[in-house]
Design a protein around this ligand. Structure first.
Ligand code: ZN
Length: 340
């Protein structure tokens, strides 16, 4: 089959369209014919490499897949069923897995990070990773659901324990995870402030449900938050930018506020003034993706139309390098998806 293969880390030229052997389904697995695969920052990290982290190269990227079952041996599924593939896998048998904390499983991994993913014509996945694709979503929209929705949900609902009536600052509301966070925070009854790099992105963030938007390239977002909250600050900051944004996000918090982070696209090394943490009784919460059970919970809202993935554009898989370029240049609002 054809697949995008990363043999070594580097620039866009390392995204090679290669001929590789078809995946083989092990017991308990299904083979899915990939119809769409969404792009994440994880794909960028995999391509570029991360200092101090070893990816098992050569590897096929692609963590978010929607497609059609080709072969399956399970009474609940048939060949031809349309599915979304849950991006995380685990043993399914240990205490962590059985208590719904599968990311804590010692065998937990993510397609396109720890094993090959779905930027290919086919992928073999455990049957419990299959989730029925809502008929209301295209394959491209369906591929844009699992990783970002799950990441944003786990951050806001499980980690930050968002409550109705609270205020949330969503950093980079035009990103895949940011556009998910705006919708989830609104669903949870919060007042949502979203930052965006351009007025056009801010307008789209508002259309998604943000109560107020802040164009961070034009105004200081900390000042803007103070203005919006009568100098109080927000209860929760949804952070995934890192770099200089991180400490300033802490400054945007109210007393007792929580900062929840899942990424550091602008840099992982940050400086924190500890006086800020203890005097204002702040919490910093780390988060990575979420559980399979949470994804099933999310799908109820996706099926009901209350959460909707935002697709910026759909490209053919042969243009994967262009997709990486657009994501790195922050030109997209929402998700970039490849059709296979
Ligand atoms: Zn386990």
């Amino acid at each position: 089959m054809k697949a995008i293969l990363i043999r070594e880390h580097g620039g866009l030229e390392k995204l090679e369209m290669a001929e590789v052997p078809d995946p083989v389904a092990h017991p308990g697995e299904a083979v899915v014919r990939v119809r769409a695969v969404a792009l994440n920052h994880l794909d960028i990290w995999l391509r570029r490499g991360v200092p101090g982290h070893k990816f098992p190269l050569p590897m096929i990227p692609g963590s978010e897949v929607a497609g059609v079952i080709e072969t399956v041996d399970d009474p609940r599924w048939r060949a031809g069923d349309e599915v979304i593939v849950a991006p995380g896998y685990s043993c399914g048998l240990c205490a962590a897995c059985l208590s719904g904390n599968d990311p804590f499983c010692r065998q937990f991994g993510i397609f396109g990070e720890t094993v090959s993913g779905g930027a290919a014509e086919k992928i073999a996945v455990p049957i419990r990773n299959l989730i029925r694709k809502p008929a209301s979503l295209s394959f491209a929209e369906a591929a844009a659901v699992p990783l970002d929705m799950l990441t944003a949900w786990h951050m806001l609902v499980a980690r930050a324990q968002l409550r109705p009536g609270e205020t949330v600052l969503v950093q980079a509301g035009g990103s895949g995870v940011g556009s998910a966070a705006i919708q989830i925070a609104k669903l949870w009854g919060a007042t949502v402030y979203a930052t965006a790099g351009t007025t056009a992105k801010a307008a789209r963030a508002k259309a998604l449900g943000a109560d107020e938007t802040i164009v961070y390239t034009e105004v200081d977002f900390v000042d803007a938050v103070r203005g919006l909250t009568s100098k109080r600050g927000v209860d929760v900051v949804f952070e995934h930018v890192g770099g200089e944004t991180f400490e300033r996000s802490l400054r945007a918090l109210a007393k007792g506020g929580r900062l929840v982070t899942c990424g550091s696209t602008a840099g992982g090394e940050v400086t924190i003034n500890l006086r800020l943490i203890f005097f204002k009784l702040l919490s910093i919460l780390g988060s990575t993706m979420g559980s399979l059970a949470e994804l099933h919970e999310i799908m109820k809202f996706v099926e009901g139309g209350r959460l909707r993935p935002v697709v910026d554009r759909v490209l053919p898989l042969s243009e994967v390098a262009e997709g990486h370029r657009i994501l790195e240049a922050r030109e997209a609002f929402g998700k970039i998806v490849f059709e296979v």
